[in-house]
Design a protein around this ligand. Structure first.
Ligand code: ASP
Ligand code: MG
Length: 473
């Protein structure tokens, strides 16, 4: 079995859904036993969340909002020529929930998740209906009807340990030959309340199903040619990295590469299942294969970056020769549930980066009770990711001199002993120039290691796995 997850743009129009069905059919014809996971149609989750918020204010707008969501799907449905009424019940239920929000003048995290779950529910119905029309034995499922049980941390729910077994047991009961088309992103608590796994969480769903079912491979079909050496929007010359390790892939995802949800790697890694990132709109590109061991001779695997970060600078002379100071600092981060990305310390200073979507105002007030605190915004972090960062001497030197030569000041830097990640913080308005300069330093013409890395990574990948993708070319 292979798990094939299709993202929002892959199911975003009638044309792209036709492409998706071709891809599924090819897998089925070559005996791969596809298990399909889908995201909501692109833009729909945003619309649903906006709908939930605006229903709070105006009951009269509910019909209009639901109408917009309905039209978006109706265009796709008519483009595919499937039954026009397949979403009627979902849309009627959605309308009721939105009126409910307006009536009680209250929106909870629980209701928000329920509203958001309609996106995947509707896209799975559309994809399954069209697959059936094309002669495939497909059937739509809500992930929670196939064992996706989570805790009740609405908005970013986590699966329970029993989920893996529950999924295996549920799928076991399915008639053989069925191609399930399953909702990404959503789950249910054991009390039966709908939850979501967090934005972009359908990748994680795919990986959980892959691990639970012992899949041969987990494929993430998106709108880019796999994991790239840098964001192609920033660096036009960026290219696909053919093979990366689980460790590198999670660092890349966590530090800004948008092709994969950061949690995706964990379940796959726990069962050692290869993950492949592929492009629905360019299906013959081999994409990126993610494996446990990658024996590539390369210094840097890819460059990634995060815009919109704060740097929090904590200074205190009390830190000098004292113990317990960092403990006090981190206890506050825990209390306010604010995760730290990068950290660097000296004898009297701790600097950290934090994503801007966290509200840190109260946390900063509390830190100020015992330290000097400065918060800098308009900052961005840039990470070089790669196993070679530790083993190839001079990577850091090249990073700093490349930036220094262009007058780009490194305000903070972080690399830990075992890490595959070397990160720096720069001013946000210098980000683009910095990433381009680093890309040409590490991947530009004349960098022998880059070309050699590709060749040796290909040679080192398990034969079956890599050849399968090349055969498509
Ligand atoms: N539809 C959800 C989102 O937009 C989940 C996903 O696409 O992975 O965040
Ligand atoms: Mg995504």
């Amino acid at each position: 079995m292979i798990v094939m997850k299709f993202g929002g743009t892959s199911v975003g129009s009638a044309g792209s859904i036709r492409g998706v069905i071709d891809i599924i059919r090819q897998a089925a014809n070559s005996g791969k036993d596809p298990f399909v996971v889908v995201s909501a149609v692109s833009g729909v989750t945003d619309m649903l969340l906006a709908a939930a918020r605006s229903s709070l204010g105006k009951g009269s707008s509910v019909k209009g909002i639901v109408g917009g969501i309905e039209r978006k799907h109706a265009d796709i449905i008519s483009g595919l020529g499937i039954a026009p009424d397949i979403l009627l019940e979902d849309l009627a239920e959605l309308e009721k929930v939105l009126y409910g929000i307006w009536l009680v003048r209250e929106i909870t995290a629980r209701t928000t998740d329920y509203v958001a779950s309609f996106g995947e529910c509707m896209s799975s119905r559309i994809v399954a209906a069209y697959a059936k029309k094309c002669g495939l034995n497909a059937k739509e499922f809500n992930a929670y009807d196939l064992g996706m049980i989570t805790d009740s941390n609405f908005g970013s729910a986590e699966i329970l340990p029993s989920t893996y077994e529950a999924i295996a047991a549920a799928v076991e009961k399915m008639p053989s030959g069925t191609i399930p088309v399953v909702t990404g992103f959503v789950g249910k608590t054991s009390e039966g309340e709908v939850t979501t796994l967090g934005r972009g969480g359908s990748d994680y769903t795919a990986s959980i199903f892959g691990a639970a079912l012992g899949a041969e491979e987990i494929q993430i079909w998106t709108d880019a040619d796999g994991v790239m050496t840098a964001d192609p929007k920033l660096v036009p010359g960026a290219s696909t990295v053919p093979v990366v390790s689980f460790e590198e892939a999670s660092e890349l995802a966590y530090f800004g590469a948008k092709v994969l949800h950061p949690k995706t790697i964990l379940p796959a890694m726990s069962r050692n299942i290869p993950v492949r990132v592929l492009n629905t709109f360019n299906p013959h590109n081999g994409g990126t294969l993610i494996l446990r061991e990658v024996d590539a001779k390369r210094d840097v695997t890819a460059i990634t970056c995060k815009k919109d970060v704060y740097v929090v600078n904590i200074n205190s002379l009390r830190m000098l020769l004292a113990y317990g100071f960092l403990n006090r600092v981190f206890r506050l981060f825990e209390e306010f549930s604010v995760p730290v990305d990068l950290i660097a310390t000296s004898e009297v200073n701790v600097s950290m980066t934090i994503e801007k979507n966290f509200d840190i105002s109260q946390l900063v007030e509390r830190l100020k009770e015992f330290a000097d605190v400065r918060v800098m915004s308009d900052r961005a972090s840039i990470s070089l990711v790669g196993r070679g960062i530790k083993s190839v001497p001079g990577v850091g030197g090249r990073m700093f001199s490349t930036l220094g030569n262009r007058g780009i000041n490194v305000e903070m830097a972080s690399q830990s002993y075992s890490d595959v990640n070397l990160s720096v913080v720069v001013k946000e308005d210098q980000l683009e120039e910095a990433v381009r300069a680093l890309h040409s330093e590490f991947f530009g013409a004349g960098n022998g290691l880059a070309a050699e890395a590709v060749a040796s990574a290909v040679a080192a990948a398990p034969k079956g796995a890599y050849l399968r993708s090349r055969q498509k070319n």
